[in-house]
Design a protein around this ligand. Sequence first.
Ligand SMILES: Nc1ncnc2c1ncn2[C@@H]1O[C@H](COP(=O)(O)OP(=O)(O)OP(=O)(O)O)[C@@H](O)[C@H]1O
Ligand SMILES: [Mg+2]
Length: 455
Amino acid sequence: MADERILIVEDERLIRWSIRQRLEREGYQVAEAENGKSGLKHLQDSGADLVLLDYKLPDMTGLDILRQIRQTDEDIVVIMVTAYGTVETAVEAMKHGAFDYIGKPCNMDELALLVQKGLEQTALKRQVARLRAALAEQYGFDRIIGQSPAMQDLFKVMKDVAGSPSSTVFLRGESGTGKDLVARTIHYNSARAARPFVNITCTALAETLLESELFGHEKGAFTDAKMTKKGLLELADGGTAFLDEVGDMPAALQAKLLRFLEEKTFRRVGGTADIHVDVRVIAATNRDIEQAIRDKQFREDLFYRLNIIPIYLPALRQRAGDIALLTNYFIASFNREFKKNIKGLDKDAELLVESHPWPGNVRELRNAIERAVLLTRNEYLTADDFPLLKGPRPGAASSGFEIRLPATGVDMEEVERALVTQSLELARGNQTKAAKLLNLSRDQLRYRMEKFGML
Ligand SMILES: Nc1ncnc2c1ncn2[C@@H]1O[C@H](COP(=O)(O)OP(=O)(O)OP(=O)(O)O)[C@@H](O)[C@H]1O
Ligand SMILES: [Mg+2]
């Protein structure tokens, strides 16, 4: 506490002196300036945690100084000291961001209390700023793992969106593909980062509750509405509202959401006033929304309003090249969390993990690695550390395994050779088993091995 620095800008020496006495007794470090110019210079050179600003100074008004302070520092707490009878100017000062004002001659107890409150606010603001910075770091682009072409496209669009002021985004993708992560990353890398990110799951609540969560309600709007309550859209003002599972939103609310997107205004439940807010909407769904539109479960006009910037998150099996990367990333992160030192996967585990279809996508992979790292006694994870992935191998048709041709093309012979090699590795050289993995007869396999000079 004792380190907090207060600057008194005041032309009357006697007042400066008495304020200083009192504040030093409270344990603060106090500096003085006798006019506006030297006050500003002191702030520039040494800074301060709080400024006591006389309203009438020889060279400029306290209001002028306040404006100049605000141009360079939005957070520093300023308390105006005014002669009695100038409440209007004090009010004006508050409008320009003064924390409070106190009349002259100062009641020293009152002053000490105001200073204490002001400093508490500074501490809070700094803590919020620190937490936001930590969040921004947690949601850096480098925390989204993937080098496949689909992911590189994704990063490009995300960066464009983050750089745009308010364009609506529609995230599409299976469960566990990273929609939540992408929404937060866009927010924390946009100009809105210092304002709130609010998350609304459109299926979590009954329709009427969801409406009041989103738009708020006036006192008395319904039996339980004992007080006026702001909705999440209002709380998100200046920031981002993430509407998760929007595809399952009840029809009546879809109409209200549409109105909000079109006009940027809404009414609280039971309210008559239009409320205007500035939020970026990011909506997400893992539903087949086109089908939902055909089934008349989702409004087509709302779809077009949401679908300004569509972003498709690829399923993990469609970017199997990223599996190894993600695996290493999660091993490293769970090593840290569980204070372990797992080095990686052994060959069998690698084949198992790479060939699993991952219907639960990155979430499923993350959970599998978490479990394996926590429970294993090995240095390298083995297939036994992934008991949930083993079991009967699904037939090729139902495995969900999908081959995607890269835009640059491939050499068919190379593909065949790689598959033959991998099947033999997986089967530990047993040709009958390897043939089975490729749905070939043993002779067909041997024919190919001969062709590739493997016999
Ligand atoms: N590319 C990625 N890199 C690193 N971690 C990822 C990636 N994608 C997803 N994750 C992680 O996987 C988990 C699931 O992701 P997330 O919750 O964003 O999925 P979702 O698409 O919102 O799923 P659902 O539709 O079920 O809500 C989270 O722990 C997330 O951090
Ligand atoms: Mg989600």
